[in-house]
Design a protein around this ligand. Structure first.
Ligand code: 9MR
Length: 522
């Protein structure tokens, strides 16, 4: 049985319809005339012949009083749009303000509903001079026993499954700037982009840029001094190139303890020699990947600012201490990167700078200083590991605007929207334990609003792109119990990404697409 999503994918049907609205009951439409209704798509291949469509509907008193009826229908999209038109639910079967179940068995003698060529739309429309409102609360399709569909077979073992399509053919095709995803390689073998067909499929369909979640970090590329280990990263960059996908390099320098090679952490030589070693790392890697041709931008330095107020350069960083308690390593890294590749875009990347707070102020101070001294920098990466309720869109926009005002690019480098916020004042009383429709819709709206804020704030020539930090909810750093044991006390309740753990679209994907298409966020 297919249990269709009632939170996205529906649209108005019939001439003069005023669209549909999603609400806590389901999908509603105003039946202002004959053939006005609501439809949703089911992707091919779909074998609907002999299937039973079952809808729980609730009509308003006005609809009931108008004497109108409802008609479930199914239609093959394309050609002459042939359909199943024999299903009627008369006014007498409907009760005002109460749920009624109406059904339709899809039957066409010539088996047109065994569709491999075209998608199918199913829906319900009003008949007999209707007025008033109709709400569809649920829609289920019971396939004939011998039949199946891509949605059913791609789901988990249970036959009761929910099929949801965001109706997005390709997310990146909707944008004129890079749309990226962070991916896993041999760092998390089960989700390795080079070997996992589902990962490949979702990335190749929706993204035109990738970031390596881990394998281009320092300790992976230069584990011991002078020993550069490019094999895994090269395979990843080459695969991307074969698919016309660009790479955003992440990250040349990051203080986070286990990313820093031991030889740097334990440096006992002079500060000048340490800085020279930093420059060698940057120069060697940027030069190597310049030759590949598809590495378009780098996070040169990641997270060099602290979270204090006022904020300053981190001192809990080997780079800072071994450089002689100085932040000079930052500008040296940018200079070395620019010298190695004149064309690659150079970003400073950090978290919490989307909040227009002390850290943003320190960031802007650093940018101003760099520009005054001609230190090469092209833009700022806003990581944007955000929550449903925090930070506000106003703060995000204001912070991005400050970077735009410096004439620098803004790239959202690590976007994810965690459903649960363990830092909120009400935590854990406000904990969401199930990813339900209400949450899915709120997340859809939040994704839309963030992407819209980006488009509204950052002019086209300064848009470095938007990258989500992972593909599916199964493989998010927020589930990474090994590295973040305290996050949600080990519960996997972030659900922060665009695809669920079965690689199905989430409403969040529709929200992202809505913003790119200029559709209102709802
Ligand atoms: O997603 C990454 C995770 O797999 C690693 O365990 C972790 C530590 O290396 O890094 C995660 O990615 C981080 C990124 O490199 C920098 N910004 C914060 C990201 C989430 O922690």
């Amino acid at each position: 049985m297919l249990n269709l999503s009632m939170t996205s994918g529906w649209r108005g049907n019939g001439t003069g319809n005023s669209g549909i609205t999603y609400n806590s009951d389901g999908v509603s439409f105003t039946a202002s005339g004959d053939n006005i209704g609501a439809v949703t798509d089911i992707a091919k291949p779909i074998l609907l012949e002999d299937a039973v469509i079952s809808m729980v509907v609730n009509v308003s008193s006005e609809f009931k009083a108008s004497g109108a009826s409802l008609q479930i229908f199914a239609q093959i999209k394309g050609g002459s749009w042939p359909g199943e038109w024999n299903c009627w639910s008369g006014n007498e079967t409907l009760t005002a303000g109460a749920d009624s179940t109406i059904t339709c068995t899809v039957k066409e003698d010539d088996k047109k509903f065994n569709q491999t060529d075209s998608d199918v739309q199913i829906g319900v429309q009003a008949k007999n001079a209707p007025t008033g409102v109709v709400t569809i609360k649920s829609t289920k399709i019971t396939l004939a026993s011998s039949q199946t569909s891509s949605a059913a077979t791609s789901s988990t073992a249970s036959s009761a499954t929910s099929v949801y399509s965001a109706n997005v053919d390709s997310l990146h095709a909707l944008a004129s700037f890079p749309i990226g995803a962070a991916v896993t390689n041999n760092d998390y073998a089960a989700y390795n982009i080079l070997t996992n067909a589902s990962e490949k499929a979702v990335v190749e369909k929706h993204f035109d840029q990738m970031t390596a979640g881990n394998i281009m970090k320092m300790s992976y590329l230069q584990p011991t001094q002078g020993n550069f280990t490019f094999t895994n990263a090269d395979a990843f960059v080459d695969y991307a190139k074969s698919k016309n996908i660009n790479i955003h390099g992440h990250a040349l320098l990051w203080h986070s303890d286990y990313q820093v090679p031991g030889f740097m952490k334990n440096w006992s030589g002079s500060a000048a020699d340490f800085i020279a070693a930093v420059e060698t790392h940057v120069t060697t890697i940027v030069t190597h990947y310049k030759a590949k041709g598809n590495l378009v931008s780098w996070d040169v330095v990641n997270e060099a600012l602290n979270d204090s107020s006022p904020s300053n350069f981190r001192t809990d960083s080997a780079f800072y201490s071994k450089s002689g308690n100085s932040a000079v390593y930052i500008e040296k890294a940018f200079q070395a990167a620019r010298a190695a590749d004149a064309n690659v875009t150079l970003y400073y990347n950090d978290y919490n700078i989307d909040q227009n707070n002390a850290k943003t102020t320190k960031l802007i101070e650093m940018l101003t200083d760099f520009q005054a001294r001609n230190i090469p920098i092209d833009g700022v990466g806003f990581q944007m590991h955000v929550f449903m309720d925090y930070p506000s869109i106003a703060n995000i926009s204001a912070a991005m605007k400050k970077v735009v005002d410096k004439g620098l690019k803004v790239k959202i480098t690590e976007l994810d929207v965690a459903v649960n916020n363990p830092y909120s004042g009400s935590w854990p009383g406000n904990k969401v334990s199930t990813f339900n429709n209400t949450v899915a819709l709120a997340q859809k709206k939040r994704y839309c609003e963030i992407v819209k804020a980006y488009l509204d704030t950052v002019p086209a020539n300064l848009r470095g792109g938007i990258t989500v930090w992972g593909t599916t909810d199964a493989n998010t750093w927020l589930n990474d119990l090994l590295k973040s044991p305290s996050q949600y006390n080990g519960e996997k309740i972030a659900w922060p990404l665009l695809f669920d753990s079965n690689y199905n679209d989430k409403p969040a994907l529709r929200g992202f697409a809505d913003a790119l298409q200029g559709t209102a966020c709802n």
